[in-house]
Ligand binder design. Structure first.
Ligand code: HSE
Length: 410
């Protein structure tokens, strides 16, 4: 079997998450790509601080070792800050590797240059993990951008800030204690200044602007304010009148250019961002054809971010799913018992054709039963008076018959 070789730059929260996710989901990669996926090397700053679970993975502090690997297909950037990440990724692209980055600061500064370089060398760049953790916002925007025109975006883009504001309100914690908790849980950046001063959200907003509008606003024109001046007293006061502080990034295309602000705002119950709590991020997108779409999910943390990286990885390879995998998926879907209503005039006939105890009569013309669609399709296909409908929602199941059909309590 073919093997895809990956080098991982950085072994902090995100790096470890990517390492473990790739290691723990080999069978999924094999099924999707028809290839094994192997972490060949990990680049760290200080070798003494790290220990890898696998002996055969190179742990190095020297990026040249990565470039010299005999086989290298993809470089995953899980380090923080513009440099040395930008330099490393340029070298990787020039060597013909695909790159995936979770590094928002670097990508906000240099995304355009990296993309141009990648085009030149016919490799791809994945950057889903740079914005909103595990939420597939970049994929969503790319899908929307074909015919729709996006006019406005509003988002909670920093999990740490949202976590802090939520904990301060819900548990009456001080800013410092809530921040400490966010750091312990691995949400915050190494230097949490970027989180609490809105710098992290700013980088993310710039990346979104580039994706949506093809350009960024002048950085100096962006109004940016963090959450450090939000006190427990203010939170309590506004909470008492039904308002919550949320740290929101807004991007809007106006006649005079792109307008962008990143600041704490007070949100009322009627706004979609009101109920976005804890480390959750959310993005509300206004597009001219579809209207408003809002997506929400975990905005930080080891596995949500790793999820974005590995999904990017799959998209890089643009896999044509193996026939074996497709067949397995079909079988899995077909085998899952589903609840059905069968109705129509020929019901007496239908009832006689199925095992007696696998159906329940709801009405002389309505039966409820469970099983795979194929069964019901076969039963009704010869009688145009019969119809069947899938039932959505949970029903109380009584148990299984010997033939594995499920009885339903009505
Ligand atoms: N520190 C970032 C946050 C991590 O809290 O959102 C994810 O980018």
């Amino acid at each position: 079997m073919n093997t895809i070789h990956i080098a991982l730059l950085g072994y902090g929260t995100v790096g470890k998450g990517v390492y473990q996710t790739i290691k723990n989901h080999q069978s999924r990669f094999k099924a999707l790509l028809g290839s094994e996926v192997k972490i060949a090397a990990v680049l760290v700053r200080n070798i003494e601080r790290h220990h890898l679970p696998d002996q055969d993975v190179l742990l190095t502090t020297n990026f040249e070792d990565i470039l010299q690997l005999p086989k290298l297909d993809v470089v995953v950037d899980a380090i923080v800050g513009s440099e040395p990440s930008f330099t490393y990724l340029q070298a990787a692209i020039k060597k013909g590797c695909h790159v995936i980055t979770a590094n928002k600061e670097m990508f906000a500064h240099h995304g355009g240059q990296l993309k141009a370089l990648a085009d030149q060398h016919q490799v791809s760049i994945g950057f889903e993990a740079t914005v909103a953790g595990g939420i597939p916002v970049i994929q969503t925007l790319n899908t929307l951008l074909n015919i729709n025109k996006i006019t406005k975006l509003e988002g909670i883009l920093n999990g740490t800030s949202n976590f802090i504001l939520t904990k301060m309100r819900q548990e009456d914690l001080s800013f410092a204690d809530a921040l400490k908790l966010a750091q312990e849980l691995g949400y915050a950046e190494l230097d949490p200044t970027n989180d609490v001063e809105g710098i992290d959200a700013f980088y993310k907003a710039m990346i979104l602007s580039q994706v949506v509008f093809g350009e960024q606003p002048q950085w100096n024109d962006v109004q940016r304010k963090g959450i450090t001046e939000i006190t427990a007293e203010k939170i309590k006061l506004f909470s008492g009148i039904g308002l919550r502080f949320k740290h929101v990034a807004c991007l809007e295309k106006t006649e005079t250019g792109i307008k962008c602000s990143i600041k704490p705002v007070l949100v009322s119950q009627t706004h979609p961002l009101y109920q976005v709590e804890g480390v959750q991020n959310a993005i509300s997108i206004d597009a001219d054809i579809v209207g408003n779409i809002a997506i929400q999910g975990p905005g930080a943390g080891m596995f949500p971010t790793a999820s974005a990286v590995v999904e990017d990885f799959i998209h890089l390879y643009n896999p044509i799913q193996s026939t074996q995998y497709q067949e397995a998926q079909k079988k899995k879907a077909a085998a899952a018992p589903i609840n059905w209503i069968i109705t129509g005039e020929g019901l007496g006939q239908f009832k006689a054709n199925v095992p007696l105890n696998s159906v329940k009569v709801l009405h002389p013309r309505v039966l409820l039963a469970s099983g795979v669609e194929e069964d019901f399709a076969n039963y009704v296909k010869e009688d145009p008076k019969l119809e069947y409908f899938q039932v959505f929602g949970e029903v109380n199941l009584l148990g299984k018959s010997k033939d594995n059909k499920i009885f339903i309590k009505i």
